[in-house]
Write a protein that binds this ligand. Sequence first.
Ligand code: 5GP
Length: 202
Amino acid sequence: MIERQGVPLILCAPSGAGKSTLVKKLCAEFDLSFSVSCTTRPPREGEIDGVHYHFVSKDDFERKIRQNEFAEWAVVHGNYYGTPLRPVLDQLERGKDMLFDIDIQGAAQLSLSLPRARFVFIFPPSMEILKQRLEKRGTDSMEVIEKRMKNAFGEIENAHWFEAWIVNDDLEKAYDELRSFYLSCTLNPKLRPQLLKSVLGR
Ligand code: 5GP
């Protein structure tokens, strides 16, 4: 018997807020399955096809859109990104909790298509600190940093509807808050429609 349905946990944050580190920590501590997105952006060094993303052509991506293969999709920083629907439904039905690292446009779509989805927004302590972090990473040109900063303003201005807000000023504290929220999500009675029957034995 399946004990409970899986939790779809959606994490959104502007680039540089520290989301990837929090995702890694949560996946290392708990048996969560990471939703592997499709993207048309080229792989970065060290990224593995099928692990970090499914890297697909623009034609392939557009065919998948037409065939309704995505739970959500969006154009982010000029490239297509989308969450394949079938594996998500399969995993959740099998009771597997899933983590989604997607942008705010995709999160808004999942709030309509995945009724049990839970939404966390991770903030940097300030826009100034966000800019400093992006500059310190040293991976992006000034032009890209300006673009990411502009996107960050837009995302933060639209974060009012999320269920949990975490300010990442201290990684351990932010992680503690994230794991507490995740654990509370796993207790949702709606994920256990059979529990009462099973406890009562009738
Ligand atoms: P990156 O190219 O740096 O890996 O990701 C850029 C942005 O795209 C990040 O904000 C990431 O959360 C978002 N993203 C990754 N996968 C998806 C997806 O499947 N759907 C949407 N809507 N956004 C995604």
